[in-house]
Design a binder for this molecule. Structure first.
Ligand code: VGL
Ligand code: ZN
Length: 202
């Protein structure tokens, strides 16, 4: 077992990010056996779940003339527009059936406000609005977090950078993540993580 001060945070292992999903990440489901095995080492396990309302502003079809995977300017800065995915209560938003969800004590849902996306498990994309996860971890005495899940270059990396900025010790296990890799986003995400002090474990 790892020390009780370490938490495993499993980002968005949901059907829509797995093969056949609405925003499928290549080989997204291939990481599940490794994640299931890792869970047994941690006394604190957190799952996150991307959880969008039907009128979410990250959906390309909410922006007339815009195409999925383009970028638009939101009140809080640039935002990639996505195909519809992880609609609240949909089968696509459910965790992949092979993921062991029973060991998790906490499930953080994010991206539920129509006007703002939330990649990070800690803050929405304005980098200000908290999800509450920081308080949960601190009051549980957690000082180190290990991050795995989908997608490496968006929700996992944003979570890792925020955790490091908040002062947690952070390790990202890249072999237990898969990336979207849009226009070099994976290389940029890795660089941002390393600059923030994240340990990027291949
Ligand atoms: C994600 C794009 C849109 C992710 C979520 O989980 O990385 N990416 N929503
Ligand atoms: Zn999303």
């Amino acid at each position: 077992m790892r020390p009780e001060t370490e938490a495993l945070i499993i980002i968005d292992v949901q059907n829509d990010f797995c093969p056949k999903g609405l925003l499928a990440v290549a080989d997204g489901d291939a990481i599940i056996p490794q994640i299931n095995a890792l869970m047994s080492e941690f006394s604190t396990v957190v799952l996150t779940q991307d959880w969008h309302p039907a009128d979410h502003s990250s959906f390309a079809d909410m922006h007339p003339g815009a195409a999925p995977f383009g970028v638009t300017e939101m009140a809080y800065g640039p935002q990639v527009l996505w195909p519809r995915h992880c609609a609240q209560g949909s089968a696509g938003a459910a965790f992949h059936a092979d993921l062991h969800t029973d060991p998790a004590q906490m499930i953080i849902r994010k991206g539920f406000r129509p006007q703002i996306d939330s990649y990070s498990a800690f803050f929405e994309n304005d980098h200000e609005t908290p999800t509450g996860l920081e308080g949960y971890l601190r009051t549980r005495g957690i000082s180190q977090v290990v991050l795995v899940g989908l997608a490496t270059d968006f929700c996992v990396a944003y979570s890792a950078v925020d955790a490091a900025k908040l002062g947690f010790g952070v390790t990202l296990i890249a072999s237990a993540c898969r990336a979207i890799d849009l226009d070099g986003s994976l290389a940029l995400a890795k660089q941002a993580c390393i600059e923030a002090g994240v340990i990027w474990q291949d």
